[in-house]
Design a protein around this ligand. Structure first.
Ligand SMILES: [Fe+2]
Length: 212
C-alpha cells in the first residue's frame, strides 16, 4: 500500500535575528556604549553575580534616536512577516542591561507586550548566549544524541555585537552566567499595538439577524 506523508508545521515559534554589517556595528556600538556609560556612571554597588538595568525610557531620549529608529524599522518588517502590520506597534519600554562577569538573568518573559527584543552592544569572549525555552508542554524527550527543533527543549541564539534578536513576548528565556572577563551590555525593548483595545481587540463579527 502506498502512503503519502505530509508534514505540516503548525504553531511555529519564530525568532528573528537581524545583523548589522560589522563595519556599521562597530561605530554604532561605540556611540551607544558612550551614551549608556553616561547613564550608568558612577556604577551602583550591586551584589556579585547580579545584573542591573538603566531606566526603561531610552526610546524617549534623543541620544538613542538612531537606535529607536532601528527598532521601529525592524519591528515593522517583523509585523509584515506576520501579516499584522495593519496594526501599528509602539515601543513601550527600552533599557540597557549590564551583566558584569558572573552575572546572569533568570528565566522570564515580557507580559503585556506583543514582541520583545534585544540588541547586543558589547559581548566579551565567552559571554553567554540567549537561551529560549520550549513553550510546548512536551514531557517526553527521547535522547537521540542529536537534538533538532522538534526534539530539543531549548534553543540558543548567539549574542554578537551588532545583532538584534526579536521574539514573541510570551516566549520564556534566560541569560546564563557571563563567564567572560568584561561586562556584557545589551539593550532590550518591548513592543505593543498602539491603541490595542480600539483596533486589534474589537469584535471581528457582527450579530446575525434577530440577535441584539
Ligand atoms: Fe528578557
Amino acid at each position: 500500500m502506498k502512503v503519502k506523508q505530509q508534514v505540516r508545521e503548525h504553531f511555529p515559534t519564530p525568532v528573528w535575528v537581524l545583523d548589522i554589517a560589522s563595519s556599521d556595528a562597530a561605530p554604532f556600538n561605540a556611540k551607544l556604549k558612550d551614551e549608556i556609560e553616561k547613564i550608568i556612571s558612577p556604577r551602583p554597588k550591586v551584589p556579585s553575580g547580579s545584573n542591573w538595568q538603566t531606566p526603561h525610557d531610552l526610546h524617549t531620549r534623543p541620544a538613542f534616536a538612531e537606535f529607536t529608529q532601528l527598532v521601529e524599522i525592524s519591528a515593522r518588517s517583523v509585523a509584515q512577516y506576520l501579516n499584522v502590520d495593519r496594526y501599528p506597534l509602539m515601543i513601550t519600554g527600552c533599557w540597557a542591561n549590564i551583566n558584569p562577569p558572573h552575572a546572569y538573568h533568570p528565566t522570564h518573559n515580557h507580559p503585556n507586550n506583543y514582541l520583545s527584543g534585544v540588541y547586543y552592544v558589547a559581548v566579551p569572549d565567552g559571554g553567554p548566549e540567549l537561551i529560549f525555552q520550549d513553550p510546548r508542554p512536551s514531557l517526553i524527550m527521547p535522547w537521540t544524541g542529536k537534538l533538532n527543533p522538534f526534539t530539543a527543549n531549548a534553543a540558543a541564539e548567539q549574542a554578537v555585537p551588532g545583532r538584534m534578536v526579536i521574539f514573541p513576548s510570551w516566549l520564556r528565556h534566560h541569560v546564563p552566567s557571563n563567564e567572560g572577563k568584561s561586562e556584557r551590555i545589551s539593550i532590550s525593548f518591548n513592543l505593543m499595538f498602539t491603541n490595542f483595545a480600539e483596533t486589534a481587540a474589537k469584535p471581528r463579527w457582527k450579530a446575525s439577524a434577530g440577535e441584539k
